[in-house]
Design a protein around this ligand. Structure first.
Ligand code: ADP
Ligand code: MG
Length: 613
């Protein structure tokens, strides 16, 4: 019998390799975007058609390729990123296996256009199923565009097992998140069937997180910062009280590469121990910087599993860093970076039992009327040195620590911190006046907040977020309510019905001037939906004609006004805290959606003056 072993032709070997690297459209997106990053791109644009089944096109403004390199790039194990096995131990690029392009070209119709700055013309290569169809000079911009069409056209089994478009698109979006989060200095644009899904401007980590996951996450983010000789950890974790019942956003990155690491995940979860109910998940975005020689990325073709030389020590560092951040920041009010830098944030009372209250030191010997005597305990830092009156005033209250500057606090390094906070006795700080105003001491005096307008602002921003996002959460009513209106109101309701649907209302016309309310917006806690809708129509009718305001916005304003808590509502301490937290997480906390003042500060000086000081 003759010998039977033979070498597989390249095209077959490539197809087999492709099975490992390219499992679905999202893998193509990942590989091609990583190539763009390795090429030093500052901007990456991704166009997807039919969840990537028809087209994946990625354009970058990176270094481009020479005509020879462009052809070489499609060979198996062809890479510019490493040249010897030693290089495997100091990998700083996303790619290095030289498999992606060869794999993609084996199972799709691929067109590459690329040009270096120094070249007059670019190169166009068309490859289908590993076979080069054309290679010719082409006029194109600097950088690279790669179009992948009809993925898996020659691997029917794979193609058949692709999931519904929504699922495949979800995978693509999560791949984009994984590369966009650790690279905020790069602009990413993602289009699906020509509509824009992401347009992520160049920014910083925090901003990038917010751009991807929405403004509401901002108030929950607590910075984590830890530098050791082994590893540097930075990023953000979510405050426990914002933890979600469903899987939250949880990301680890090592040297800007996304990784899955169930064991390190446990370190984070352990740091949250006792701060969370067992069925809640906190968000985290943690970036590990580590010497590339101390990790092995080459465990798996997709490189999301990474081995660490010192995983035990790193576990400890992660645990300690997260724990420390939570301790430091748990009670500090959240601050929105969109705020103008001059606003004071009111005190929040603490959640009992979570963290030790600072000790209250009272000096029994201190007599504030003895001006010459220096106090025997130390003032943290006089607010305004030189103004002895003021100092004395603060001395008087030092005992109860009513007003402190952030740097004087035991938990004080909120970042970014344009504002200040105070700390003190639990549950005693924020008062409600006439069931109408909320009073709170702040650094510069006494803040007075109009409770209804504050709530209108909060609800309005939530509604606007709902209107802008694609997913609408609606809460189904157990017993659908019918609503009978007069013809005018019915007409009005019909006019704004689409916007109400977008907000999460489920309202249907049911005969003449009658409607059925089946559901209400998930963000609202509504017991009598028909009353809310009536009030909403009333508000909408009476809203001043503002040609500039869009109907949507006007509907959101009216709904906010209709559903905001009223004057005369007694608020519990937690409700006050909640209101304040949410208000200061708004982009424009100072004004109601109609532009009315939400808060005012009575300056300390004025209070002093009224006492003739
Ligand atoms: P790897 O990224 O592992 O090196 P790939 O198959 O993904 O392997 O790419 C092969 C080579 O093609 C890369 O090493 C790089 O030199 C070149 N290349 C691929 N994509 C780009 C791009 N967008 N811009 C410039 N060069 C690229
Ligand atoms: Mg690559």
């Amino acid at each position: 019998m003759s010998d039977i072993i033979q070498l597989l032709p390249d095209s077959v070997a490539n197809q087999i390799a492709a099975g490992e690297v390219i499992q679905r459209p999202a893998s193509v997106v990942k590989e091609m975007v990583e190539n763009a990053l390795d090429a030093g791109a500052g901007e990456v644009t991704i166009h997807i058609k039919d969840a990537g089944k028809t087209l994946i096109q990625i354009t970058d403004n990176g270094c481009g390729m020479s005509p020879t390199d462009a052809r070489m790039a499609f060979e198996r194990h062809a890479t510019s990123k490493i040249s010897s096995a030693n290089d495997l131990f100091c990998i700083r690029t996303m790619g290095f296996r030289g498999e992606a392009l060869a794999s993609v070209a084996a199972i799709a119709d691929v067109e590459l256009r690329t040009k270096r700055v120094e070249d007059e013309v670019g190169t166009l290569i068309h490859i289908v199923g590993s076979e080069v169809k054309t290679q010719e000079p082409v006029a194109c911009a600097n950088g690279t565009t790669i179009s992948v069409k009809n993925l898996f056209y020659n691997v029917p089994a794979r193609r058949k097992f692709l999931k519904a478009n929504t699922t495949e698109l979800k995978h693509i979006i999560s791949e984009i998140q994984r590369v966009a989060l650790p690279n905020p200095e790069i602009r990413f644009a993602l289009f699906h069937n020509n509509s824009s899904l992401y347009d992520l401007a160049k920014s910083n980590f925090r901003r990038r997180i917010v751009d991807i996951f929405g403004k509401s996450i901002n108030q929950s983010l607590v910075p984590v910062e830890e530098k050791t000789s082994l590893v540097t950890i930075s990023g953000y974790v979510g405050q426990p009280k914002f933890a979600r019942k469903t899987m939250a956003e949880q990301f680890f990155f090592v040297n800007k590469r996304y990784m899955r690491h169930p064991w390190f995940h446990k370190a984070v979860m352990q740091a949250y121990e006792k701060l969370l109910p067992s069925d809640a998940f906190p968000s985290y975005f943690l970036f590990l910087e580590i010497n590339p020689a101390a990790i092995d990325i080459n465990v798996h073709p997709t490189k999301t599993e990474i081995k660490f030389e010192d995983d035990r020590a790193i576990w400890q560092v992660i645990f300690a860093a997260v724990r420390e951040s939570l301790g430091k920041h748990n009670v500090v009010p959240s601050i929105d970076f969109d705020q103008s830098g001059n606003i004071d944030i009111p005190v929040r009372s603490k959640e009992p039992g979570e963290i030790q209250y600072p000790e209250i030191k009272v000096n029994p010997d201190y007599n504030p009327f003895e001006t010459e005597k220096t106090p025997s305990f130390k003032l943290p830092k006089p607010a305004k040195p030189g103004k002895s009156n003021l100092n004395r005033w603060e001395d008087l209250y030092q005992g109860t620590q009513l007003i402190l500057k952030p740097e004087d606090l035991p938990f004080s390094s909120v970042e970014p911190s344009p504002a200040t906070s105070s700390e003190g006795l639990p549950g005693k700080k924020i008062l409600q006046l006439k069931q109408k105003y909320i009073l709170s001491p702040v650094k510069s005096g006494l803040m007075v907040i109009d409770q209804k307008r504050a709530h209108e602002r909060i609800l309005f921003e939530r509604f606007m977020e709902v209107l802008q996002s694609e997913s609408v959460a609606s809460q189904q009513q157990l017993f659908p309510q019918t609503l009978e209106l007069d013809a005018g109101d019915a007409e009005l309701l019909k006019n704004i019905l689409d916007d109400l649907l977008a907000l999460g209302f489920d309202i249907r016309e049911f005969g003449k001037n009658t409607f059925i309310i089946n559901g209400t917006p998930g963000v609202l806690d509504v017991s009598s939906p028909e009353i809310i809708v009536e009030k909403l129509l009333e508000e909408y009718k009476n809203s001043p004609v503002n040609a500039k305001a869009k109907v949507k916005e006007q509907v959101a304003i009216s709904l906010a006004k209709a559903s905001a808590l009223n004057y005369g509502t007694e608020l519990k301490q937690e409700e006050i805290d909640h209101l304040i937290d949410n208000l200061f997480a708004c982009t424009t906390p100072n004004y109601s959606p109609e532009g009315k003042k939400v808060l005012t500060i009575i300056p300390l000086e004025e209070i002093e003056k009224s006492f003739n000081k």
